[in-house]
Write a protein that binds this ligand. Sequence first.
Ligand SMILES: Cc1ncc(C[n+]2csc(CCOP(=O)(O)OP(=O)(O)O)c2C)c(N)n1
Ligand SMILES: [Mg+2]
Length: 395
Amino acid sequence: MIDAGALSARFDTAHDLVQLMTPEGERVEHPDFSCELDDEQIRAMYRDLVLVRRIDTEATALQRQGELGIWASLLGQEAAQIGSGRAMRRQDFAFPTYREHGVAWCRGVDPLRLLGLFRGVDQGGWDPRDDGFALYTIVIGAQTLHATGYAMGMQRDGCVGTGDAERDAAVIAYFGDGATSQGDVNEAFIWASVFNAPVVFFCQNNQWAISEPIERQTRIPLFQRALGFGFPGVRVDGNDVLACHAVTSAALQRARDGSGPTFVEAYTYRMGAHTTSDDPTRYRLHDDLEHWKLKDPIARVKAYLARGGGADETYFAEVEAESDDVARRLRERCLSMPDPDVLDIFDQVYADKTPELVRQQQEYAAYLATFEDSETGSGTGSAVDADGDREGAPA
Ligand SMILES: Cc1ncc(C[n+]2csc(CCOP(=O)(O)OP(=O)(O)O)c2C)c(N)n1
Ligand SMILES: [Mg+2]
């Protein structure tokens, strides 16, 4: 007799969610991961969580008022980003999507740089080398390949497995649940696996890829896919900042030690719209949102600190006031960012401009010059000489 059930039995969908703090703010133990943070460090994480949420709220408001072209909110994903971001060391390197504002914050990227990008007044935002934080990537999943290649470079530069805590480095690649269906991501997994690259694949499973639910991406929990590629996968409560920190710290250390990649699935929920251009009420149930509000990543840390005496009302009020201050200054600075010179874009393609690029820049400068005498003329471009040097532009 053919026993089809025997096959189903081999398909084990049981999963273990790593959690160190419940939604009610109770600390819980896990056999494999533990929280190494004291109350002072947890207070600092609380401050990070509140500030990045406030920055995100301000950015959404700025977009609604026409000051940003678009904004991709991180609402609900603060713990996944702060927990993993604070697990990185100075010499590590992160490759983000377009939603990693919390990780940017941990790396020390000025939030104004993020707004510059979404306001369309600069060409990239920041120098990745300054803070070990690559540029935002809109092409879904592409950064997992960049991250893997970069990690292989670190390996070849002798920055892995030396035992020197100041030298050994790892890469973390951020991506979403929807990205796991991309070819690039699966190729990155294979390269990372067979070359034992020091990379942590950090997937924020926020349950949605715009309007496409997670059920359309996978039939098994995402973290279980890692085994098929030949490296460990772990699912962590993405709304638990302590668990995200503990699991990412372990995965990064494993990578720095030379033991290769890890897949971390941070199980969370996108509490806002995909971007400010999206209307989630058209495709998801309000009930879901209510359910996830009870798992809010910030409320549980506050409950823990308040209950255990780790912080008092004065501290919470100070953080609140600081967050309003950060938002107010950010708004002011955002509104006073200068518009770019449109010819800048040609300067920032290659370290040395090619003759063809110089020709294109000259042609465009000449075209812009035709507007200079017109009534509405912006006269925005400066002249370009045969070497591609710009009149009045810094050398
Ligand atoms: C290669 C590619 N295909 C399609 C898109 C359009 N797109 C933008 S965001 C998105 C969904 C991504 O979902 P997920 O990976 O879950 O990340 P999330 O936005 O939820 O953080 C898609 C399909 C794109 N930017 N790039
Ligand atoms: Mg998603």
